[in-house]
Design a protein around this ligand. Structure first.
Ligand code: GLU
Length: 425
């Protein structure tokens, strides 16, 4: 198959996994793949110098079969409807793999947020919220952070939703600051969930993290926190990149310094004391573990032969194309797929939503322990199916999810879901 757009790749993987899941009804498959609703909005922005700009934003509501739409909002110059549709579909699959009672959605604005002042960023977020607030809500669709968006932006979104709707409810968005109803542990949750899955997989292979060499592509929330957790566990971070360059040091990079450097808004291309390479170089470094934590479509049929890592932990969404999957599988690479490995973020988002709905606050230890339980259950379900059917972890994870979504659609036809449910842990 071709490697045209991200949404086509999402559909291709669903089709391949449908056979594994034993789903043969073509109309059901169409229903699972197609987004239920697509919103495209024009967002007026007045720049600090007085210029008026009109930006484009999206919210794709992919599936509500298993619960309210759930998924992040990204700010990036490459955001397109095709990309947001794929990301929304991946969210529906992801929430089903980890078995939280939520569906899938995604939003985005086509913009480079790095050129915006804090005032412009807030104004953009509020204008986008003004355009979409009727479509979202605590029991309908719950946004969260994604690429280039953070807890401060989620606070603005929640505040603007309250102003527009007259219903100030922190449960309308997750990934907020703790002061505004965010959950402890949400900031590190994506990395921690991936770490839990990697540890389980290494244990099963009788391997240990200590001394393992790691390359990380992307140093946003997921990549930076993964670097910290892996380093704490004794791994050596030999390469890390942001969108401008990668830093490489075979004796190991000082992760804390890199995080402090990035938090000042600096770019790796300006760092002078380490060897600097192209931003995609972590993919091809001589390492044991590769953590793609940037954007989709990075490991392709063209470059997959150059990936030497034996383990890949996908913290980004969709970093590997289906054709590249085939190359990596042939070479015996252990690939922990995005919809499982990066699901920790949405799991703790779900915990945040439950806490907000119930006016509760959970301790950090409680959040982490519950996250570990959910990730472990998902890992076990996926590895069991992968072994039973003799398929990759990715196909097994999709198959687990497709079965759950198909069951929910079937049940809804008999008796519509009456209330939003929360799970028992
Ligand atoms: N943006 C994250 C993801 O892709 C988190 C979504 C959420 O917390 O709802 O999984």
């Amino acid at each position: 198959m071709g490697e045209e757009g991200a949404y086509a790749r999402f559909c291709a993987t669903v089709d391949a996994a449908a056979a594994v899941a034993g789903l043969s009804d073509p109309s059901l498959l169409v229903r699972i793949k197609r987004p239920e609703r697509v919103h495209e909005v024009s967002i007026p922005l007045v720049r600090d110098d007085g210029r008026h700009e009109m930006l484009t934003g999206y919210r794709v509501q992919h599936s509500s079969a298993r619960g309210p739409y759930k998924g992040g909002i990204r700010y990036h110059p490459n955001v397109s409807l095709d990309e947001v549709k794929a990301l929304a579909g991946w969210m529906s699959i992801k929430t089903a793999v980890v078995n939280i009672p939520m569906g899938g959605g995604k939003g985005g604005i086509t913009v480079d947020p790095h050129v915006l002042s804090p005032r412009e960023l807030e104004s953009l977020t509020r204008a986008y919220t003004e355009r979409i607030w009727r479509a979202i809500g605590p029991l309908v669709d719950i946004p969260a952070p994604d690429v280039n968006t953070d807890s401060r932006i989620m606070d603005w979104l929640a505040d603007e939703y309250g102003r527009q709707s007259g219903l100030a409810d922190p449960a309308v968005v997750t990934g907020k600051t703790v002061e505004h109803g965010g959950s402890l542990g949400r900031d590190k949750a994506t990395a921690r969930g991936g770490f839990d899955v990697l540890e389980a997989a290494l244990n099963a292979a009788h391997e240990d993290l200590r001394g393992k060499r790691v390359a990380i592509q992307g140093f946003g929330n997921a990549g930076a926190n993964a670097a910290l957790l892996l380093q704490e566990a004794g791994a050596i971070i030999v390469a890390a990149s942001d969108s401008t360059a990668s830093l490489v040091a075979s004796e190991g990079l000082p992760v804390d310094d890199l995080i402090a450097y990035k938090s000042r808004g600096s770019h790796f291309c300006d760092w002078t004391t380490f060897e600097r390479k192209r931003a995609d170089s972590p993919l091809f470094e001589q390492v044991d573990i590769l953590v793609p934590a940037a954007l989709e479509g990075q490991i392709t049929a063209e470059n997959a032969e150059r990936v030497t890592a034996r383990w890949i932990v996908e913290l980004a969404n969709g970093p590997t194309t289906p054709d590249a999957d085939d190359v990596l599988a042939r070479r015996g690479v252990h690939l922990l797929p995005d919809i499982l490995a990066n699901a920790g973020g949405v799991v703790v988002s779900y915990f945040e939503w439950v806490q907000d709905l119930h006016s509760e606050r959970w301790l950090l230890e409680e959040v982490e322990a519950r996250l570990a339980v959910v990730m472990r259950r998902a890992y076990d379900a996926v590895t069991t199916l992968a072994a039973d059917k003799g398929v990759s972890m990715r196909l097994a994870a999709y198959a687990v999810a497709l079965q759950r979504i198909a069951t929910a659609i079937g049940e809804a036809e008999v008796a519509p879901r009456r209330s939003v449910s929360t799970m028992i842990l």
